[in-house]
Design a protein around this ligand. Structure first.
Ligand code: AHR
Length: 626
């Protein structure tokens, strides 16, 4: 029975309360949402980024002659510095390279069209014939070969289409040149024609559609730890090219062949083909507000460093102001014109911007945040500048961060936590006691640790508490959003995929349920019921982590409802369980806790006993000295 009191409605819940947090983690961008099928298309991978990388990563030379990655003044662009030089020897086989794609290979489907593009220049007056082939690793053709003739010793873009004649999940893209002399190649690219909204060079349709189906109110991007870790220097012609940079939005806009590439905090490279313009456009496409995060020059995420360089700080603050102009400025403004040139003359309507992510040094962070906030609020009083409270749900760093934010009357503070499902069940009331006149909460990252139905249910229960406190919690996003099963740096995740398939987790269904059915207000309710039945345990309950150790004392086992099922101080001979070391499974029966195969006084229980109740066990124990 559910009793509601409609006369006492809670605070209004914004339709935009729930959104998504998109970070390029688990190959969410390159090899994921960004539909490019060629890995390292610009030959920019570098050992400075990752010890296992070279400019030829994912490429294998074929034929005779030479295939060399070169970084010299013949380059395509200042920010796209390395290219491939093929030295042709006139052989019939020609000289070429084969790209193996991301993770398990290039997936193609019979009958589908693929857009090929590449940049080339040749020193041969009559031009250089190029053959582009889609094929399996064993050489079997997956499409009819394309013939392109590169002409002229200036970089030129060539485009063509391939239609797959077979379905294959581990394809390769081969480019072969014939003749003599030198031909240079860069930005060798292959996209499915069928992208989200049909945008050329766009987003993988199934993934974009799954995100769109959530109908999120906002898209927080581009990360997380990705944003603020690494060097805060950028490209500078005088000082050279800084690898492992923090995510700097200006690296990611303009024609793709002129964009930088960068090492990714999560261990692989990012092409920035999915850059700030594309994020804004995607957010708009799915009816969400874009909510960018910029680096604050201080970072947590294991680095815990603060960059102390006033000139650099000024540059990043200016970059942030320029970002707002890129998003909202008229097409006649400097950065608004760049947006217009990329195909979007109308402003994107940015309303929020976040400075920093999970800062572990609250005072150092806050000093820098204050400078950002002052500059943004002075120029754009209508933009909400979001701060953060570090990486935890509580503790000294969290308290200090909140104190600083509260004292400075910051508008909104980002909280992050990844906890057990139990924590989520126990903390439904977390925001009931938050100061109603303090900063609003942006729950920018949260997840219970798992992708099971139980996790999804715990999150749903917790979200009812967010809605009950919708006057304080204004925005919330589960994290992370995407994971390629063949490149996982973090789990659980909301949507999983490989090269051809994608599927939502149980947690995705919870998010979708809440996002597509956002209520107006919560009314007080009480529920009473007898659980509709219990499931038999079909296997022994194992607590093997510590069951194999004899070094614990004062053990209490409670069920999910908090009821004590078993408590033992291990004073010998209580008739239920002994302290003897053993490797057997442990179990609860009729309120008694038994170890299944050690001391004679314990009951030996068998798996599948239908009388058992399916308890969600929690164990508290004191480790013995020594
Ligand atoms: O969501 C994964 C990571 O978790 C984010 O990058 C970071 O902000 C948090 O620690």
């Amino acid at each position: 029975t559910i009793d509601i009191d409609a006369s006492r409605p809670g605070p209004a819940i914004d339709d935009t309360m729930y959104g998504v947090f998109y970070e390029d983690i688990n190959r969410a961008a390159d090899g994921g949402l960004y539909a490019e099928l060629v890995q390292n298309r610009s030959f920019e991978y570098s050992t400075a980024d990752n010890a296992s990388y070279t400019p030829m990563t994912a490429w294998t030379p074929t034929g005779t002659g030479t295939a060399t990655a070169v970084n010299d003044s013949a380059r395509l662009n200042e920010r796209n510095r390395t290219y491939l030089r093929l030295g042709l020897d006139g052989s019939a086989a020609g000289t070429g390279v084969v790209n193996s794609g991301f993770t398990t290979g290039i997936a193609v489907a019979r009958g589908k069209t693929y857009d090929v593009s590449l940049w080339a220049r040749t020193d041969q007056a009559a031009g250089t014939p190029l053959t582009v082939e889609l094929r399996a690793a064993d050489g079997t053709a997956l499409a009819r070969p394309l013939r392109i003739t590169a002409r002229g010793d200036r970089w030129t873009k060539y485009t063509a289409t391939l239609t797959a004649t077979a379905t294959h999940t581990a394809g390769r893209l081969a480019v072969t040149a014939t003749g003599r002399g030198t031909v240079r190649l860069d930005m060798v690219s292959l996209f499915p024609r069928d992208t989200y909204k049909g945008r050329p060079g766009g987003l993988r349709k199934d993934l974009a559609e799954k995100i769109a189906a959530l109908r999120p109110g906002f898209v927080r991007f581009p990360g997380g730890c990705l944003v603020n870790t690494g060097s805060h220097e950028g490209y500078d012609a005088a000082s050279g090219w800084q690898r492992k940079r923090s995510y700097q939005w200006k690296d990611t806009v303009g024609p793709v062949e002129q964009r930088a590439t960068n090492a990714n905090f999560w261990g692989y490279n990012q092409s920035y083909g999915l850059g700030y313009f594309e994020y804004f456009q995607f957010a708009e496409d799915i009816g969400a507000t874009a909510l960018p995060v910029v680096p604050a020059l201080v970072t947590g995420c294991g680095q815990n460093t603060a960059t102390d360089d006033p000139a650099l700080l000024r540059r990043h603050i200016q970059d942030t102001l320029d970002l707002i102009e890129f998003a909202n400025g008229p097409a006649t403004s400097v950065w608004g014109a760049k947006r217009a040139a990329m195909g979007h003359p109308a402003p994107f309507g940015l309303t929020h911007i976040e400075v920093g992510n999970e800062e572990n040094l609250p005072d150092a962070f806050f000093a820098r945040f204050t400078e950002f906030r002052k500059a943004v609020e002075a120029a754009h009083p209508d933009i909400t500048v979001i701060s953060n409270s570090g990486p935890d749900d509580a503790g000294a760093t969290f308290d200090r961060a909140w104190q600083l934010n509260r004292d400075a009357k910051v508008a909104m503070v980002d909280e992050h936590y990844y906890n057990s499902p139990q924590w989520f069940l126990e903390n439904n009331d977390r925001y009931d006691t938050y100061d109603r006149s303090g900063p609003k909460v942006f729950l920018g990252e949260y997840a219970s640790q798992g992708n099971t139905f139980g996790n999804a249910l715990a999150e749903a229960a917790f979200m009812t508490g967010l809605e009950r406190n919708a006057d304080v919690v204004k925005l919330a996003s589960y994290a992370p959003l995407l994971a390629n099963t063949d490149s996982v740096q973090w789990r659980p995740d909301m949507i999983w995929f490989d090269t051809t398939r994608s599927w939502g987790s149980a947690n995705y269904e919870t998010q979708k349920l809440f996002m597509t059915n956002t209520g107006d207000r919560v009314v007080p309710s009480t529920a009473s019921a007898t659980p509709a039945g219990t499931a038999p345990i079909t296997g022994a309950v194992g607590l093997s982590t510590w069951a194999t150790s004899a070094a614990y004392d004062d053990v209490t086992v409670t069920g999910a409802d908090g009821k004590t099922l078993f408590a033992d101080d291990f004073s010998a001979g209580d008739g239920r369980w002994t302290k003897a070391a053993g490797t057997g499974s442990w179990a609860v029966r009729d309120g008694a806790y038994v170890q299944t195969d050690t001391a004679a006084e314990n009951t030996l229980v068998t798996a599948g006993d239908p009388a058992w109740q399916n308890y969600d066990l929690r164990v508290k124990a004191t480790k013995q000295a020594g």
